[in-house]
Each structure stands twice: as structure tokens, then as C-alpha cells.
Design a protein around this ligand. Structure first.
Ligand SMILES: O=C(CO)[C@H](O)[C@H](O)COP(=O)(O)O
Ligand SMILES: [Fe+2]
Length: 220
């Protein structure tokens, strides 16, 4: 039985001068999540957006906001993103000394907690948190920029995590982020992904193309 696949457009590839309209457009085009990449110029070599922008965008979509924090430290900013309207808050274990504490903080605010694995981070980093987290995000590029090429070695990691999640008996979503396109989406799905983040591939061609782009990536 094949699982339904969700598409989470990364608004990093949207037109930032029209961000609200872009979020509305992907919502109307059939996206499942709105993926928000938060970068601090320290944990990753790029700067993007903060909680004020997340809060402003909330008015444009009822979809779950899937907030990918690429910031260090994480804990001092979790409450601000929760209050701004994040539904899923994911962070990198390398960004702080106590990932378990960060997961508990996110959950104490009534939000879903995700752990992000960089391409170099082994699956073992998530093992002790399988009883607590709601989502695992596998980076298939080095975090920091949209438009990079998919790192194929991550397919094996996705498959291993699929087995770990299934063995755990818990409802944990397996999300893949970076370099997803019409060639790599089927590979990630076959390896066991539940959610595909796609920036470049969703926003290519402008608003009239978003619906077809999303359906193609999902394999509809
Ligand atoms: O987290 C990210 C980068 O750090 C982005 O979500 C990711 O790069 C998506 O962009 P694209 O689909 O263009 O690769
Ligand atoms: Fe991301």
C-alpha cells in the first residue's frame, strides 16, 4: 500500500516582495504545508526571516506552518516562533547541547517537534528521541541555500529512518529537504519519505504553474 505524500513548498524560492500572495497561491495550488526556512548567518551562511514575518504570513494560509530553524542557539527563539503561528518546529541537534530539552520545550508550547539531520549527521543522532518527536527532517543538501543538487547518499539514510520509524510504532513523519525535483522526488518517495520540501521545483514558472508543479512532485 502506498502512503500519501505531502508537499511542503519552501518559501525561500518565492518572490519575497510578494510573500503573502505567494503563500496564498501555494495554498490554493494544493500544498500540504508551508515550509519556512529560518537562517541566522551563524549556524548557516545565509540570513532569511524571523518570527515577525511568520506572524504576518499567518493571515495568508490555514495550512500547517512547517518552520525549519537553522539557528544557534535554538531555545531562546522557540516561544517567539510558536506565538507567531508555527505548527511544526524543527531544529538541528548540532545547534544546542540538549536536543531532548529543546523537544520538550517545543511540545510544552503545544507544537509538533522535528529533528533535522544534516547530510553528515548519522541516524543514531535521532534514535534516543524516537519516543518524543513528531517529525524527522533529512537534509539532502547542505543547509543554507535553495537551488542546490540532491545528495544521493541520503537515500540510504531515508530508507534506514523509514525502518526505524516503522519499528518504533509511533506516528513520526519523515520529511526530505533539498534538491527535490521531478527526478529526485520519486527516489525519495521510494526510499520512504512522507513529506517532500520543494522550493525551486514548486515556484518554477510562476503562480500559474504551482498547482501542476505540486501535483507532479506528489506523483498524482
Ligand atoms: O532548508 C533549506 C535549505 O537549507 C530549503 O528548505 C531547501 O534548500 C529547499 O530548497 P530547494 O527545493 O530549492 O532545494
Ligand atoms: Fe528547509
Amino acid at each position: 500500500m502506498s502512503r500519501p505524500v505531502k508537499i511542503a513548498p519552501s518559501i525561500l524560492s518565492a518572490d519575497f516582495a510578494r510573500l503573502g500572495d505567494e503563500v496564498r497561491a501555494i495554498t490554493e495550488a494544493g500544498a500540504d504545508y508551508v515550509h519556512v526556512d529560518v537562517m541566522d548567518g551563524h549556524f548557516v551562511p545565509n540570513l532569511t526571516i524571523g518570527p515577525l514575518v511568520v506572524k504576518a504570513l499567518r493571515a495568508y494560509s490555514d495550512l500547517p506552518f512547517d518552520v525549519h530553524l537553522m539557528i544557534q542557539p535554538v531555545d531562546p527563539f522557540v516561544e517567539a516562533f510558536a506565538e507567531a503561528g508555527a505548527d511544526i518546529i524543527s531544529f538541528h541537534p548540532e545547534a544546542g547541547p540538549h536536543p531532548h530539552r529543546t523537544v520538550q520545550l517545543i511540545k510544552s508550547l503545544g507544537k509538533k517537534a522535528g529533528l533535522v539531520l544534516n547530510p553528515a549527521t548519522p541516524v543514531e543522532a535521532v534514535e534516543y528521541l524516537l519516543g518524543d518527536i513528531d517529525l524527522i527532517l533529512v537534509m539532502s543538501v547542505n543547509p543554507g541555500f535553495g537551488g542546490q543538487g540532491f545528495i544521493s547518499s541520503q537515500l540510504d539514510k531515508i530508507a534506514r529512518l523509514r525502518r526505524m520509524i516503522d519499528d518504533s510504532g509511533r506516528e513520526i513523519e519523515l520529511e526530505v529537504d533539498g534538491g527535490i525535483n521531478t527526478r529526485t522526488a520519486p527516489q525519495a518517495i521510494a526510499a520512504g519519505a512522507d513529506v517532500l520540501v520543494a522550493g525551486t521545483a514548486t515556484f518554477a514558472g510562476g503562480p500559474t504553474a504551482y498547482g501542476a508543479n505540486i501535483r507532479t512532485l506528489r506523483g498524482d
